[in-house]
Design a protein around this ligand. Sequence first.
Ligand code: LR7
Ligand code: MN
Length: 568
Amino acid sequence: MRRIRANAIAILTVAWILGTFYYLWQDNKPASTPSSSASQARGRSHGQKLAPGRLEIHRDDRTIPLIVTQPPRTEQQSQLLGSFDEKAYLSAKQLKPGDDPYREHAFNLQESDRLGSERAIRDTRHYRCASLTYDADLPATSIIITFHNEARSTLLRTIKSVLMRSPPSLIQEIILIDDFSTDPEDCQLLSQIPKVHCLRNIRREGLIRSRVRGANTASATVLTFLDSHCEVNADWLQPMIQRVKEDHTRVVSPIIDVISLDNFAYLAASADLRGGFDWSLHFKWEQIPIEQKMARSDPTQPIRTPVIAGGIFVMDKSWFNHLGQYDTHMDIWGGENFELSFRVWMCGGSLEILPCSRVGHVFRKRHPYDFPEGNALTYIKNTRRAAEVWMDEYKQYYYSARPSAQGKAFGSIADRLTLRRKLNCKPFRWYMENVYPELRVPEQEAVSSVLKQGGLCLETRGREGLGLAECRGAGTNRPQSQKWELAEPLIRQQDLCLAISAFTAGSKVRMEPCNSKEPRQKWKPKGPALQHMVSGLCLDSQSTNGPLVITQCRPQMAGQSWEPQVIA
Ligand code: LR7
Ligand code: MN
């Protein structure tokens, strides 16, 4: 009797251990230790690790339960795919023994093919997302996927993940734009899947014109753009459509998780990032500014972002059209995300990342396709168009960061300038001040000037004092006390800078050690006047003998007129 009981316990224990291992293996397919190359490629950190035998993930400071987003049961699949023969589609293109699995697509094709067209992926959202509710009457969307020579297995997984993990009523259609891939069947065969349409370009257009073509044939009121190598996660669509339904001027993106290009592991991305860029118009993920991070009590709330990555977003169709779709003179790849982002913000909309929406994307280290005009020239042409149309006087920083852009052809931008005028969009300065104040303007090369008012010159007196005095010396013989460097936003004399003592009208202005982060030291020209950026007040000499102060701006007044004269 005792023996039987002991045997039963042993069998149960073995079954339990096997079950646990199977569960972990399912979740972590295809390999249990994801390589770090995908995260390096993206410059993100992915803190989650799976401790053997423990069904939980440690991420940041939270411990979240392991919830796996399951594929549907097989009975549902035949309905999902209609007459489409998945097996035939995938097996027609197989790697031959000895082929380099990275050659054609810049990711490990062997791993992608091995995974098949569907798999369970980890639900990477914050646990609080699962309890959010959405309107029952959300509008349906047209999904737009453009591709050029995408691998069949990644393309099919993208489509199937959409069909599997979206409420069917929200998917009006999936529009594939085959951007002149070598094999027209890659696209054609997929249109046997219910709701899937295929448009083929008769020549290579690039992703920008292809997306516009897709958008023009879309029949839903909401557009959803996806890259051709994604896997959408649980409830990815509802949060985005909800935000756009509430306010059609919002353009929203999910958090973009990483699918490893080596082993196709699905890795959670950090939820504290937003889109940014440097002056060469190079996109980068960056930390949310600390003040915003501190103010975030609810991790399900949207994150305002200066720019979107570009490939995965939801936008109201009439808003997309109203704002001028895309700049269709941009070719192949690149730059369109800046152009769209500047345009959305500056012309009355907003951009946000929704943490409760997650979509995986295969990040690559190189382009697997050719650029007919060359990669560098195409990127320069596209970003130059974005800078010339939208960046006003700030485009000078783009040109200093990318000197090779000067003199390169970028075509006519007349239509886009007309569009900007017609839409009555705000200046780039507004974008800098209100949307992306964290983007630092590079320190300009110091040019020495005198600051003239009437016949007199602004000069320093002692360590802190300031006043107007007769201009002395000439050219480089000017006394040090009358030489100024206008290094916006600073007005400096060696290591000292012009600063206000308080933010109210009538406050004295004095010199203090320079600190480009100090709001009291930030100035900008306003006509002939010098305006303190934060208080909005202007530098005023009032009377020739009195101290310098800040007063309400009236640039016509003699006491506020400062004429810089460069010292030769
Ligand atoms: O000539 C082309 N025709 C195309 O249809 C070249 C590309 N494409 C397709 C391509 O098959 C893919 O589906 O366009 C899509 C994007 O090209 P990728 O995947 O080679 O580039 P990427 O992932 O680096 O692209 C990111 O930046 C692009 C800049 O133009 C676009 O905005 C992409 O949509 C964007 N992808 C994302 O935002 C996903 C997250 C990546 C990040 C950051
Ligand atoms: Mn991509």
